[in-house]
Design a protein. Structure first.
Length: 277
């Protein structure tokens, strides 16, 4: 009797989790299925299941738009920004974790203040500055802004991971003749792999999905990222819902590829970052 109740409770839990998963992912499922049928069928049918599966939307996307240029630009911007954020934030986080000085305390408070004020408040003066420097309509304009926006969060996450690494390991390496930089690169960084992975995925997704900054600083079609490109495509082909669904489906590919590999690092990083520091 007790075993039967346990089995029933287990099946109810599984059914509830499946239902929640379906409800949460219903918009994504609908988007993917709509990308496989014509616009006329999308507007006329009340079912989400395609009656006639077609890849014409993807063919139209490839032949009528510069989608793959937008896709390449997003990967370049997000990739370079992620590398810069990891390099700068790891060094800053290590300094905050291991050293104590008035300058570092001031820098720590500055990071907290930077997180309180959104970057959008400084977009107009930044646009004027970047225009005078000739950086508007270049990758570096958004790369620098994304790195600046991600740096406070990434630094605090790295500091949390470095705080969890025993100092005795560094002292042992120094006794063996390793320099401070050698300790950082050969001992501390390899041990903070989960933290690096968590920072990488969070910063990459922010840069890959960000729209507002990219729409202001990237006006040249050859430099636009996917969010701006999809908006441009929507303005040009307002009624072509099938192709819009196809473009949004393809935009999810990097996230779908990366997420299974770094999911456990993301959870571990978020928990450690909320407890430590």
């Amino acid at each position: 009797m007790m075993m039967r109740r346990k089995n029933r409770s287990r099946w109810l839990t599984v059914a509830l989790l499946v239902l929640i998963t379906f409800v949460v992912n219903y918009p994504i499922i609908t988007m993917v299925l709509n990308s496989l049928r014509t616009t006329d069928e999308i507007l006329s049918s009340s079912s989400i299941i395609p009656e006639h599966v077609t890849l014409q939307n993807y063919i139209n996307l490839n032949s009528r738009t510069s989608y793959w240029t937008f896709f390449r630009n997003s990967l370049i911007v997000a990739g370079v920004q992620t590398v810069l954020s990891i390099i700068l934030a790891s060094m800053a986080g290590y300094a905050l974790s291991r050293f104590r000085s008035p300058i570092l305390r001031g820098y720590s408070r500055l990071l907290l203040m930077a997180q309180m004020f959104p970057l959008i408040m400084a977009l107009i003066p930044l646009f004027i500055l970047f225009r005078n420097l000739g950086l508007v309509d270049t990758y570096w304009s958004v790369i620098l802004l994304y790195t600046t926006a991600n740096l406070p969060f990434a630094t605090w996450m790295f500091r949390a991971f470095f705080d969890s690494i025993p100092r005795e390991l560094e002292e042992a390496a120094q006794v063996d003749g390793c320099s401070r930089m050698g300790v950082f690169t050969r001992v501390v960084l390899p041990l903070s792999g989960p933290g690096t992975a968590a920072v990488a995925i969070f910063t990459f997704l922010f840069s890959y999905n960000e729209y507002l900054i990219a729409s202001i600083f990237l006006r040249d079609t050859s430099k636009m990222t996917i969010p701006v490109g999809i908006q441009l495509f929507q303005q040009q082909y307002t009624s072509d819902w099938g192709s819009l669904m196809a473009s949004a489906t393809l935009a999810m590919l990097p996230t779908l590829v990366l997420f299974p590999f770094v999911q456990r690092y993301m959870i571990y990083g978020a928990v450690a970052g909320s407890v430590k520091g």
